[in-house]
Write a protein that binds this ligand. Structure first.
Ligand code: DX5
Ligand code: ZN
Length: 210
């Protein structure tokens, strides 16, 4: 079973409810919310108030990807806004274990993400504490970029040491072809923005990823 988490970064923000309903109706398991602060990445996107509004209309879990500095400062606000999964970046913190414990203290799932140039090894000390590991296959910051194939090599490395129930998620440049590479390597959750939202048939796009 592969968890499909459409990234609403590729939605039309003026029609966010419509674009959330369309992916939910088409079988999305989660909604991926890309939070960017203009510091950790060179782009600014969605924050706490929008997340809280999405929570009111979403029947599926909110998968919040924090691409921000000092993520520990925003764990409580996003948890209060209704995040079901909070994923922070390894590169943005000095004590990952503290952030993982903080996220879990709200009774939600804790994820940690690594950028393309970060080694898979950094995950190992935390692999039994995490609910999810997010392998970035593009430089975080923008949707619609090309899949960096060598990043996918980290998936089997993580999978080999992962507990049975660890969610290994991949984000960036996912389409039907790159999804197959990732799932064959052991990924069990895929984020996709452009591939889903720019397709003529959202349902078949989501099905093609599974
Ligand atoms: C990139 C974001 C991704 C992005 C995915 O910084 O974390 O979630 O929106 O978009 P696509 O699938 O278009 O690469
Ligand atoms: Zn993301």
């Amino acid at each position: 079973m592969v968890i499909i988490s459409p990234s609403i970064l590729s939605a039309d923000f003026a029609n966010l409810q419509r674009d959330i309903e369309s992916v939910v109706k088409a079988g999305a398991d989660w909604l991926h919310i890309d939070v960017m602060d203009g510091h950790f990445v060179p782009n600014i996107t969605i924050g706490v108030p929008v997340t809280a509004s999405i929570k009111k209309i979403s029947p599926v879990p909110l998968d919040v990807h924090l691409m921000i500095e000092n993520p520990q400062k925003y764990v409580k606000p996003f948890a209060d806004a209704g995040a079901d999964i909070i994923t922070f970046h390894y590169e943005a913190v000095s004590n990952p274990k503290e952030v993982i414990d903080l996220i879990k203290s709200f009774g939600i799932k804790a994820g940690m993400s690594i950028k393309p140039d970060t080694s898979a090894d950094v995950v190992f000390p935390f692999i039994n504490d995490l609910d999810l590991v997010l392998v970035m296959t593009v430089e975080p910051g923008f949707g619609g970029q090309k899949f960096i194939e060598k990043c996918a090599d980290k998936i089997p490395v993580i999978k080999e040491k992962a507990p049975e129930d660890l969610i290994i998620q991949v984000d960036g440049g996912i389409n039907a072809q790159t999804a197959r590479i990732c799932t064959s390597y052991g990924a069990n959750s895929l984020v996709a923005g452009n591939y889903i939202y720019k397709s003529d048939n959202i349902k078949s796009a989501i099905e093609s990823l599974r």
